[in-house]
Design a protein. Structure first.
Length: 323
């Protein structure tokens, strides 16, 4: 999952989001369409196979999934920088644990609570420092700066809403799989096929960016020698890597709890974050690095990697030494 998301970031986001910052809708639509067509052929058997999970549950899940995807895309248009977008979404670990305690009545060890506290502190630090950067832009007039800052606050509100909705969706999936069994491929298909009509609301924006993509510079695809606009090639690579990535995530949801799945996805975001910082050269102060370190250490505490390393180191010390 981590490697697929890094590939996705390299082949598309690092190029398209820089040239066409509002292209999130055409990206999401292309991903949904590809996965839906593949699932209709190989999973639904051209509509002849009945779903194992009742359709009404998929409709609820799809409403959540579509809302989270669209809200996260639009947050990038509300003065939310890509690194802050990734760091803030790492808070899904906190949201998942909080909703698990409230809805599923789960209880965790003290180390788990401490790890969540570290992640929370890291996200708050990065968010607060980014707010100061937005508010202190000296190149803007005072009224313009206030206007941009208010849009930024709206972006933070959108990310918070998407965060909680995503955590609720994870818990909903977990309860469904316990009740009806593990059907990751089926869930992948219906989660991407059922929302397709909703993209009609975004049709003007999708068409606009399709025209822009067609006007990009030409690129000759290696091996086959076909010449296409380079943005369409990047989009194709994005769709393929995203398919592999999201399929891995859906398989993981059937094998692990929603909190563990959230943790894996959080680590994936941090790998992407490093590439984003290096490529876009976004302002990233010592405070941002401190916040990132809190999130990373908190994640390691949650996985209890230290307990696993102890026995491994002990066996390494006891191994016979060669002459």
């Amino acid at each position: 999952v981590v490697l697929c998301d890094v590939a996705l970031m390299l082949v598309f986001l690092l190029h398209s989001c820089r040239q066409f910052p509002g292209c999130g809708n055409i990206v999401t639509f292309s991903q949904f369409l590809f996965i839906a067509v593949e699932g209709f052929i190989f999973e639904a058997n051209f509509g002849r196979k009945r779903p194992a999970i009742p359709m009404r549950y998929y409709l609820i899940m799809v409403a959540m999934f579509f809302t989270v995807s669209v809200v996260n895309n639009y947050a990038l248009n509300l003065n939310i920088a890509m690194p802050l977008h990734m760091i803030f979404r790492s808070g899904s670990l906190i949201a998942s644990m909080a909703l698990g305690i409230i809805i599923l009545k789960k209880r965790y060890s003290m180390s788990k609570y401490m790890s969540i506290a570290l992640v929370s502190m890291g996200i708050f630090t990065c968010t607060f420092m980014s707010a100061k950067q937005v508010a202190s832009d000296s190149s803007l007039k005072e009224e313009d700066g206030l206007h941009i800052f208010l849009w930024w606050l709206l972006g933070i509100a959108a990310l918070t809403f998407a965060l909680l909705m995503s955590a609720r969706m994870g818990i909903f999936q977990e309860t469904l799989y316990k009740q009806f069994g593990k059907h990751s491929k089926e869930a992948l298909f219906y989660n991407h096929a059922l929302p397709l009509p909703g993209f009609l609301l975004l049709a003007p924006n999708i068409y606009h960016h399709a025209v822009l993509f067609s006007q990009s510079e030409l690129f000759q695809i290696p091996v086959i020698g076909l010449t296409v606009p380079i943005m369409w090639f990047y989009l194709l690579m994005n769709v393929i890597t995203q398919y592999v990535c999201i399929r891995g995530v859906f398989i993981l949801t059937t094998e692990c709890t929603s909190l563990t799945v959230t943790l894996v996805v959080t680590l994936r975001k941090f790998v992407s974050l490093i590439f984003s910082i290096l490529y876009f050269r976004n302002p990233f102060t010592a405070w941002h690095w401190l916040g990132t370190a809190f999130v990373f250490v908190g994640t390691l505490m949650y996985t209890e990697v230290w307990n696993s390393l102890g026995p491994l180191l002990a066996r390494w010390r006891k191994r016979p030494k060669e002459d």
